[in-house]
Design a binder for this molecule. Sequence first.
Ligand SMILES: CCCCCCCC(=O)SCCNC(=O)CCNC(=O)[C@H](O)C(C)(C)COP(=O)(O)OP(=O)(O)OC[C@H]1O[C@@H](n2cnc3c(N)ncnc32)[C@H](O)[C@@H]1OP(=O)(O)O
Length: 224
Amino acid sequence: MLRGCAGLLRSWALRGPKRGRSFSSEVLHVDHSLPNPSWNEDMRLLFDQFMKKSEDGSWKRLPSYKCNPPERIEDVKIFFPDAKLLKEQMSQAQQFPRSLGEGVGFEYAMFHNHVEDRTVCIFQGGPHLQGVPGFLHGGAIATMIDSALGMCAILTGGIAMTANLNINFRRPIPLCSVVVINCQLDRVEGRKLFVSCNIRSMDEKTLYSEATSTFVKLDPKKKN
Ligand SMILES: CCCCCCCC(=O)SCCNC(=O)CCNC(=O)[C@H](O)C(C)(C)COP(=O)(O)OP(=O)(O)OC[C@H]1O[C@@H](n2cnc3c(N)ncnc32)[C@H](O)[C@@H]1OP(=O)(O)O
């Protein structure tokens, strides 16, 4: 089960984790939703399949960075009355699922279908996401679910935040395995976006988790 992690863990044992983090803009602006050496064969296979589907324009690969693009900061300004504080805080900020080193945490790529309002996330959870020995931590699963649902909501309805998230964990997800998170915008009511998802194995035979959520579009007229 953990065979996929073995090489990674061995190299860590020999070298130890990288000390210190570089925050140079070069590092922050690397697109992390592209294959890297930590991706296993299944992850690459799925990635290639979705890239193929993207050729006719129906699916689009979503780039992913460690930090937020400046336009996103504009969207959340309503939460920060002090513009100087916002700038300072944002200069240190990183996307949570991108904050762990390559291969040990959240390895994922997302694809979006604008016609069908669907987002698919292919996800390989690394050894630092362990909960019960050999399996992913529920909080790590929830993180990826929230991120994928959030992307689906935001790409369809504009900037929105998770107001409600319900998850059923059906089967434990083996560490370092590759799963597919299928998200679907179910309906929109005013500022509310209802988005649901399931997590399945690559062969679709195993249902690992299901979730429903409500995202609420931020109201720029409101001081939150
Ligand atoms: C780009 C990468 C993607 C990353 C995705 C990650 C997304 C996240 O994790 S966001 C972080 C977690 N979420 C938060 O911190 C949000 C905290 N909550 C809030 O800030 C606010 O409650 C917020 C913005 C969601 C809604 O506040 P506000 O705009 O004042 O909403 P409000 O006017 O009260 O309600 C609007 C509608 O939403 C509904 N609503 C509000 N809260 C909830 C809720 N918790 N559950 C269900 N419905 C709700 C209301 O009933 C109302 O419905 P209706 O229009 O039918 O009357």
